[in-house]
Design a protein. Structure first.
Length: 511
């Protein structure tokens, strides 16, 4: 089949590729052709084999059955560096960056520039880093240490790093999982520029709407097998979902409104001063109330203050936060996280692996982390009670685990997120704060999270959801708070909110 650049020869091809882990097949006899100047979407639920296939194509995994073909010649990359040298670059879903190095140092790590004396050319690297970040509309000093950035900002650095390399095949594994719609639009513009230069792009994403906007062709994997492929043109959203999950999800989530008249949370004049600059506010005079059974969505562009609002309420930075917080009409002094938990507030953080879980501990141990006092006596944990509580949430949330003793690091992203949610539900909160609750999880797991939010709201819990995805905010929320540059610019009801109205409010301070 001829591609849009009138080239019939694939730049990258995998033939009859299989891969197993300890006898369990992750891929079975996969064939795939990637053409220059096209975006090829790889689609499937978590565990379908998408990332495994791309790790084989980019030299991360070196042991597999079958062949990888580059420009018609069989290759066997020994490592990702060798793949990069031949023009195959991968942007990993799990960020592949060094937290204690600067943005510039991360961008040029392994590809450092040297001057005539053979010394590292920091001025030139800094200059190029600044130009590249400007291209991404990322206004930040390249000398900034990476661990000072939010997850979404780190993802922009990961994307920027790949753009420095002269790649012929660029593999993007969930590149938009933590960035806002505004940053997504910028990324798509860059992808179009790369396509025009003949770069082949392999694009993995759970966000089907963006695939219809950016992709030319698709391949669907399910349980390690190829179940469909073709042109995005003429293929429907529902057809892709049915190929992905083997069933229709059309009626799997329906929002039920059950807002009660009782106010469970009120926030007055919430301010969060930037710890690094006393004249700057990360959150500036935010006010809202939340009733029992209500889901409040918070949205805005990256840096608007969405995550910071949740962190301020949860007592993570008490010295820098001012304002009043009321639970059930009673003002609470939130001086630390323990005060927040005692008040009935729980926070599911944006970065589940760094902030939400201890990966080498098992499901039961992670589930009990925030409620150890309930199952401990004389500093000894009641292991039977711990396992009982964990098993209850495994069933309630439909977490796919062999047993509560299974290590969390062996679970898929969606199941890891369910463990984080279970950890906080075990504290019996009155208010649940969810920061990007569906980041990096597949459409089936997303639907289960949506259903859970709905069920918890029906039971009377007050829920605040932060999300970069406007369709998600519109789907799960009863009311919506829009932020721009640390201030609230709109408070909308479910009935009056549209993507256009929200975006206008999100950009208001920047106009």
């Amino acid at each position: 089949m001829e591609n849009q650049n009138n080239q019939t020869v694939p730049v990258l091809e995998v033939r009859n590729v299989s891969k197993d882990f300890s006898g369990i097949y992750a891929l079975k006899n996969i064939d795939l052709q990637i053409f220059p100047g096209q975006v090829h979407a790889i689609i499937g639920e978590n565990g379908a084999g998408k990332s495994t296939l791309m790790k084989i194509a980019s030299g991360v995994y070196t042991e597999y059955a079958g062949d990888v073909i580059l420009d018609g010649v069989k290759v066997a990359f020994k490592n990702p560096k060798q793949a990069k040298e031949q023009g195959v670059v991968i942007i990993h879903q799990e960020l592949n960056l060094i937290p204690y190095l600067s943005i510039t140092e991360n961008l040029f790590l392994g590809n450092e520039l040297v001057n005539r004396m053979g010394l590292l050319d920091y001025p030139e690297m800094h200059k190029q880093a600044k130009e590249l970040l400007k291209r991404l509309h990322f206004d930040i000093n390249p000398h900034t240490r990476l661990n000072m950035l939010r997850v979404g900002q780190q993802q922009l650095v990961e994307i920027a790093k790949s753009l420095l390399l002269e790649s012929r095949v660029m593999i993007m594994d969930e590149p938009t999982s933590a960035i806002s719609d505004h940053e997504v639009a910028l990324l798509f513009q860059i992808i179009k520029e790369l396509k025009a230069k003949g770069v082949a792009i392999v694009y993995i994403s759970h966000k089907l709407n963006e695939l219809f906007e950016i992709a030319d062709r698709f391949t669907v994997l399910r349980d390690g097998e190829k179940v469909g492929s073709g042109s995005m043109a003429g293929t429907s959203h529902d057809q892709l979902i049915q190929m992905m999950v083997g069933r229709s999800l059309a009626d799997s989530f329906r929002k039920v409104v059950n807002i009660q008249s009782h106010e469970v949370l009120r926030v007055e004049n919430l301010c969060f001063r930037n710890p690094g600059n006393e004249n700057d506010f990360l959150v500036n005079n935010i006010c809202f109330s939340l009733n029992k059974g209500e889901v409040l969505g918070i949205c805005g562009l990256m840096g608007a203050g969405r995550t910071e609002v949740l962190e301020a309420i949860f007592g993570l930075y008490p010295k820098d936060v001012s304002g009043k917080i009321f639970i059930d009409g009673e003002e609470k002094q939130i001086r630390n996280v323990a005060d927040a938990i005692d008040a009935g507030i729980a926070l599911v953080p944006e970065d589940r692996k760094l902030q939400g879980l201890i990966l080498n501990m098992n499901v039961a141990q992670n589930t009990s982390l925030a409620s150890l006092a309930k199952i401990s006596k004389f500093s000894f944990i009641n292991k039977k009670e711990e396992e009982k509580i964990s098993l209850n949430f495994v069933k309630k949330l439909n977490t796919q685990v062999s047993s509560p003793k299974m290590e969390v690091q062996k679970l898929s992203g969606g199941n890891q997120q369910k463990v984080v949610i279970a950890k906080w539900l075990a504290t019996n909160p009155k208010v649940l704060l969810l920061d990007e609750p569906t980041r990096g999880i597949d459409i089936g797991a997303k639907t289960e999270i949506y259903r859970l939010i709905n069920e918890l709201a029906q039971q009377g819990m007050g829920i605040v959801v932060v999300s970069s995805e406007l369709p998600e905010i519109l789907s799960v929320s009863d009311s919506i708070l829009v932020l721009s540059e640390s201030r609230q610019t709109a408070k909308l009801s479910r009935e009056e909110a549209t993507e256009e109205i929200i975006m206008k409010a999100a950009l208001r301070e920047k106009e």
